[in-house]
Design a protein around this ligand. Structure first.
Ligand code: PMV
Length: 360
């Protein structure tokens, strides 16, 4: 869709420069799990954009000194060379040469920072891939002035981020984003996410998502492998239909400010995601005993107090605790007193629905 052979530089006569973006992670409320083709989702998904869990990526470029073909890249993570990350980013940039042929003509240095500890067990692909996509599209625009219009810029960023990591395409927008063809929403696409801030009630604009770190360990089965296992999962077809039905109900709840329906769907989706892992072949479990203890405590607390506090999970053991801003003073003592002691080294991150990427 974006292949463009005309994006080539005709001289070395441009100033070396640096581009710097901060881009957040996101939490899916209706989950994307299962893909086909080139990073296309089997069902539509919708997420909240986070504020505090972000990647900051600094891309420096200058005319290429050598005549060698291919991507010339230096990659640093928190100012240190990181060969594993470099290999992944190098392969990703090579795959993008038909879209950004000018990358062949530059020496690139990328320095990336995560706001959260690398060992926190928090998936960073959504924030890192969206930050990289933002830098690349800014670079294109700086050199060729081709993405001056905001919607065109955002759409291309989301498309590129998706190729890096599916869920990353939703990190591009403030508040909430929707990715995947959706009945009754003509502008929705499998190729990129679309913004949803204007489609949601204000109660969701500052919703909290405290991330309780049940384990800091890297997960034992990658998302890539998890998606692939959906191909043999006998529940796959009904699951994809279920996600569509839940999204339709959730979109109404988001518009009306119906927190209970939002929370109920968030919990059901989290447990469905993990049930799909448990029913894959081979089966696997990413939740920890402490994840289940926290879920039980949270549900008991909700029952006892009537406070609208809910949970979600990503593809990992950490509990995302969701609640509206108006009850923060009531629920924080519960979270800190009852849930945080169950976390590895009492680690947790206070986060909330955020304003989307920011150019630094
Ligand atoms: O973007 P990926 O390929 O890492 O997949 C992420 C999938 C979930 O985080 C589990 C769900 C989602 O929609 O973000």
């Amino acid at each position: 869709m974006y292949n463009n052979t005309s994006l080539l530089l005709h001289s070395d006569d441009f100033k070396p420069n640096t581009i710097n973006w901060k881009s957040p992670s996101n939490l899916a409320i209706v989950k994307y799990w299962g893909k086909h083709g080139v990073q296309l989702p089997q069902n539509p998904s919708i997420s909240i954009t986070l504020q505090n869990a972000f990647t900051q990526t600094v891309l420096s470029y200058k005319p290429k000194e050598s005549k060698e073909e291919g991507i010339s890249l230096e990659f640093l993570f928190h100012d240190e060379p990181n060969e594993a990350f470099k290999g992944k980013v190098h392969a990703f940039l090579e795959s993008l040469l038909p879209v950004f042929p000018f990358l062949n003509q530059l020496d690139l240095t990328i320095n990336s920072y995560n706001s959260f500890p690398h060992s926190a067990g928090i998936a960073s692909s959504a924030s890192s891939m969206s930050a990289l996509a933002l830098c690349l599209c800014s670079l294109e625009d700086e050199l060729f002035k081709t993405l001056q219009e905001d919607t065109a810029f955002d759409q291309k960023v989301s498309y590129i981020a998706r190729l890096g990591s599916g869920s990353a395409c939703r990190s591009v927008y403030p508040k909430m984003a929707l990715w995947g063809e959706t009945e009754g929403l003509a502008e929705a696409s499998n190729l990129y996410a679309i913004p949803q801030a204007d489609a949601i009630h204000e109660v969701f604009h500052d919703f909290h998502d405290d991330i309780l770190i049940a384990s800091k360990a890297e997960k034992s089965v990658s998302s890539r492998a998890g998606h692939a296992l959906m191909e043999g999962n006998i529940y796959a077809a009904p699951r994809f239909q279920q996600a569509k039905d839940r999204l339709a109900r959730l979109r109404i709840a988001l518009k009306e400010g119906d927190v209970d329906t939002f929370g109920t769907i968030a919990e059901n989706e989290a447990l469905t995601l993990h049930a799909l892992m448990m029913t894959s072949d081979p089966s696997y479990i990413l939740m920890q005993a402490s994840t289940l203890q926290m879920i039980e405590k949270l549900r008991n607390y909700r029952k006892d107090t009537g406070n609208p506090i809910y949970f979600s999970l990503d593809a990992g053991p950490n509990l995302h605790v969701l609640y509206p801003e108006r009850i923060i003073h009531e629920v924080r003592p519960f979270i800190e007193g009852e849930l945080v002691p169950l976390c590895e080294e009492e680690a947790w991150i206070s986060d909330w629905v955020g304003d989307g990427p920011e150019q630094v």
